[in-house]
Design a protein. Sequence first.
Length: 386
Amino acid sequence: MIYLDNAATTQMKQEVLDEMMPYFREYYGNASAVYELGNKSKYAIDVARDRAAALLHTKAERIFFTSGGSESDNWAIIKAAQMMSDKGRHLITSSIEHPAVINTMKALQDEGFDVTFLPVDEKGLVSVDSVRDAIREDTTLISIMTANNEIGTIEPVAEIGELAHEHGILFHTDAVQAFGQIPINPDEMNIDMLSASSHKIYGPKGVGLLYLSPKASRIRSLIHGGGQERNKRAGTENVPGIVGFGKACELASSTINERMQRESELRDYFIGKVPDEIPLTYLNGAEGRNRLPGNINIGFRFIEAESALILLDQKGIAASSGSACTAGSIDPSHVLLAIGRDEDEARESLRFTLSDTTTQEELDRTVDILKDIVGMLRSSNVLYQA
């Protein structure tokens, strides 16, 4: 298989699995227990927290482990909005956020909060000026993703965070796609809350984190129960998962510059090769440094993306047509519609996302197979024939 859907999930590294294994059977104690077996689990969590904090260039005390990005987004947005509701009930986000953010905002609308969904430009960029214009006296929270999961556009997070702080507004960013892929420093980037997920950086599924700055540390728990995660997130810790996440963070930290350069070169190679081999194509999202290193989203005129994905799968190539969290939806991508694509264009776009093991040979083979598939699909399209 040629696996080009790493934005959906990555293959766990062997080093990650090796570090997790003892905590399934040998060191299986509950981290809240006072005896030695429990202390080994607690120590392992502390090590993982240090590793996650190092990747963000921050303090370990600001890292709280969760079940994944969706929980982290829900926790940050819901509890920050509720905490600040006495000051105001106006929230700001963008029209291209992940469903974990958009649907959480919509749930808060049902509770009486007023949410502004900002537009983006044709590259998927949120304008800092549009954020400034949307701020009101009763605005209490801004949530803008670090980079888009479908089109890879990197947002001006530091500038938006600075603007939020100038107005005394909490700033949250969904960094699930960007965490471990590009450098992120919450302190320097004016971030109060940050969501991340393990399985996007070659770690296990079912584990994530929420970063909380000192200003945001007052938000209350989303999940109530015991005193785990320093009384912030109840529930017996998933020790093997957290250990794996920590190891994945350590590996990501040590290889980030090398991976960024290599994946950016392969990304640009593929983006340049496709239109040379296949006519009537277009790139969705930003280019160069404004795009995640491993993200490619290309539209192929006069095809249907879902049909192309099935044919690619039959040839041993895994890709996608958008977010894994909306797979199976009959609706066109809300991200592609937001950048100005019409419904037909939104349904003819494919996303290819690279890993640190993707090779140029794999991309060459993918383009060759794509050329045949696109040609076959177009041959039966009456609009193309016209």
